[in-house]
Design a binder for this molecule. Sequence first.
Ligand code: HEC
Ligand code: HEC
Length: 374
Amino acid sequence: MRHRTVYIFLSILTAVVLSVQCTKSSMDTDEPENSSPEPEVNKPLREQYSSSPDLWPSANWFSGVTKKELAFLPERVQTESPKVVELGKILFFDSRLGKRNNSCASCHVAENYWIDRAVVAVGGGNRNTPSIQDSWHLDGHLMLDGRAKTFAEQLTIAIESPHEMAGDVQALPGLLQAIAGYRILFQEAYADDNITTERILAALTAYTKSIVSGETSFDRFIKGEFSALNDQQLEGLHLFRTKAACINCHNGPFFTDLQYHNLGNSLDQQQLPDYGRFNFTNINADRGKFRTPGLRNVAHTAPYLHNGSVASLDLLVDLLSDGMPQMNGQRISGVLSPHIKPLNLSRDERSALLAFINTLSSERPAVTRPTLPN
Ligand code: HEC
Ligand code: HEC
């Protein structure tokens, strides 16, 4: 309530200041009157950002990009029953689902912000394990190339892929039926002990969707606690939205446009191309394109990119600043996104950008391993 009053006051103030400015500038030049609030370049950055985001200095949006401002973490409303989520958690930790003696939790390790810290997932695949925090918002765009439309599809790939668990979702009901403890758990979750593939996938989906990140300094800042970012972090936020133009792809509450782009780094460890989205769309323009990853907790999930080829955030920011030059004479598959250009960021600007990215971190997850049924 108090913040709203402050915003209203600030809006009126800005409107007054702007109308004075507009009158002045329309006398000086033939510029058409601009109705959207212009940044007041002479005001200190902190003052420009001490307001709700709709009053922030305008971002450097590229033409054709859907403008989606950064936003605080939305709360996920859990619609599944706690018993189903609990069953999903047990399945998540159970290596009996596949033939490789691993479980979802072997690669998506809670204490590591749900990753395995490997360059590519153990098991012979060519992709880096993503964090699955906040993946509920990826419904329709799952997997790094977006090839899974639903969680059921994504989980079937995870369970059946020879690189992941080498299981068989159709055989799972029989397998779990033979474990007395699971019959009780299904009874508790679904009111009868009928074990089906659909129920298994639904429970795993329920648990996976319940894995969310927490509040960050950035969230507190954007909600009006303006001291939550220091000057360097604030400069980083400004660069992210302006000179560095990251916001064109990393936007909204999760810092992703849910679109697919080619960042010019598409060879895997064997130097073979990973065509990304092209693998299943067969559309030439999709060659080498991957989904824009969200950036919450990204400071904790090195190494980076779909192939884990970039070891640190420092290095990635350097590469982005240089317009993603091809490393080690690497050949890119497809065409580099036209939105990736040299940014010529100074040392200080790169540090500020990194300082801002660090404000997107929330508390390290702590999950107790469940007791598996016999
Ligand atoms: C061997 C390691 C490994 C195991 C085991 C594994 N995953 Fe994954 N997971 C990955 C990798 C690698 C990807 C990205 C794959 C791709 O894009 O092709 C992924 C992607 C995902 C995604 C999509 C995230 C996104 O950003 O689109 C979800 C959700 C997920 N896994 C959940 C699970 C669940 C639930 C299980 C257990 C049923 C599981 N994973 C088992 C490595 C693993
Ligand atoms: C054209 C859209 C686009 C722009 C602009 C862009 N990114 Fe990205 N970003 C992506 C895509 C797509 C990926 C994943 C590419 C891949 O895996 O090959 C990515 C990956 C990343 C990653 C690695 C995340 C991870 O989990 O591996 C970080 C960090 C990142 N970007 C930060 C930035 C910053 C900082 C800027 C501004 C300097 C920026 N990006 C500009 C689209 C973009």
